[in-house]
Design a protein around this ligand. Structure first.
Ligand code: SF4
Ligand code: SF4
Length: 369
């Protein structure tokens, strides 16, 4: 698959976005940089101008093209569902094909090609066994928050589920897709789907909304791959919340502590049905009412856990600082989330903001009755 075979209709989205201001106010990169170029219509205008021969890809314009976080917030707020993040990823694929991508993209590509993850020089683990339910582990849960998987498995076992692990140590393909590395993204997605087929599972569980988005939307829209129709996809939090509702799980509440807030993970805006489940689980272990961040639920802003951390880490850090600042402004001293990438980003900077960051799965597992 090459950039020249990508659907031209995706790039035409840029024409629809270039003079539109309707999602400008929700773009997190626009917020943290204060630069008009780095807002949805700015990217739309750049890509549309390139198609008309009015803008060339050079170091400066490529830096701007790679400044979008690929967070999905624009599309989530677009009444006509314009796939602007997909358009930006497509334009990046053309830049990669022309040999004009930033050097950092090449370094990530080397790691992904050789090790199938951008974090450690270690190959993914093969699938062992078969079963009705598979759990996609991915690379972030493996390398950025190793305790998370054990906690999630303990919770699933308490709910009567022993999943077959797939994609353990392998990227879900999002980072590659986001950086314009379309061939690599395709190979990673296909390997994950082959793992799923090898497991024989008819239900696929994922640990984060980012993984849900990858399997549900990114694979078909950006890579022309998809889950088999017979496979049901759901987040672990949603399954656990259902088990809690049925009385199949119970937790020991923690003693009263400092004000706390749930932080919706990066990519939450891309999974609009997920917002209540983690909050319901959290309320089972911390009964005191939480404070809510301003950029939450349908308007969740990402932390710096997207592909931006590899290309423009200073922008990624600003995204994380904005989330921590939002939490401090709301009065929260303890932040809880479940996504490994989100936890890593928040945890790396939490001390500076005087807040504590906790993993939802690990917290729940520690309080199982
Ligand atoms: S994504 Fe939708 S709301 Fe945002 S700039 Fe494009 S057309 Fe406008
Ligand atoms: S994907 Fe996120 S960072 Fe990129 S234009 Fe949309 S809202 Fe802005």
């Amino acid at each position: 698959m090459t950039a020249t075979r990508l659907d031209e209709n995706i790039l035409l989205t840029a024409d629809n976005c270039r003079y539109c201001l309707m999602c400008r106010h929700v773009c997190p990169i626009g917020h943290v940089t204060g630069l008009e170029t780095l807002t949805p219509h700015g990217w739309g205008l750049m890509i549309a101008s390139n198609r008309r021969g009015l803008l060339t890809w050079n170091d400066e314009s490529v830096f701007k093209l790679y400044s979008c976080a690929d967070c999905g917030t624009c599309r989530a707020h677009c009444v006509t569902d314009q796939p602007l993040p997909e358009t930006i990823a497509t334009a990046r694929a053309q830049v990669v094909e022309a040999g004009l991508a930033p050097p950092a993209v090449g370094r990530v590509a080397e790691m992904l090609q050789r090790w199938q993850n951008p974090y450690e020089e270690q190959a993914p683990e093969p699938v062992e066994g078969r079963g009705e339910v598979a759990l996609f582990v991915g690379d972030e849960a493996t390398y950025l928050r190793p305790g998370l998987l054990d906690a999630a498995l303990k919770l699933l076992e308490a709910a009567g589920i022993r999943p077959v692990l797939i994609g353990r140590g392998r990227s879900n393909g999002y980072v590659a897709s986001s950086l314009g590395l379309i061939e690599i993204a395709h190979d990673l997605a296909r390997a994950n789907l082959e793992d799923l087929a090898a497991s024989g599972a008819r239900r696929l569980l994922v640990l984060s909304p980012g993984d849900f988005f990858a399997f549900k939307q990114l694979y078909p829209e950006r890579l022309q791959l998809s889950l088999p129709d017979s496979v049901d996809l759901s987040e672990v939090t949603v399954l656990l919340a259902q088990a809690l509702d049925r009385g199949e799980l119970a937790f020991e509440p923690l003693p009263p502590g400092p004000p706390h807030a749930y932080v919706d993970p990066s990519h939450s805006v891309r999974v609009k049905t997920r917002y209540d489940a983690p909050r319901k689980l959290l309320a089972a272990v911390i009964p005191a009412p939480p404070v809510e961040l301003f950029w939450r639920r349908e308007r969740t802003h990402p932390v710096g856990s997207t592909a931006l951390k590899f290309t423009i880490p200073q922008f990624a850090d600003h995204l994380t600082w904005a989330r921590l600042g939002d939490a401090r402004q709301a009065g929260a001293q303890r932040l809880i989330s479940e996504d490994a990438g989100t936890l890593k980003a928040l945890g790396d900077h939490a001390a500076r903001f005087g807040v504590e960051v906790l993993s939802l799965y690990e917290l729940l597992a520690s309080q199982l009755r």
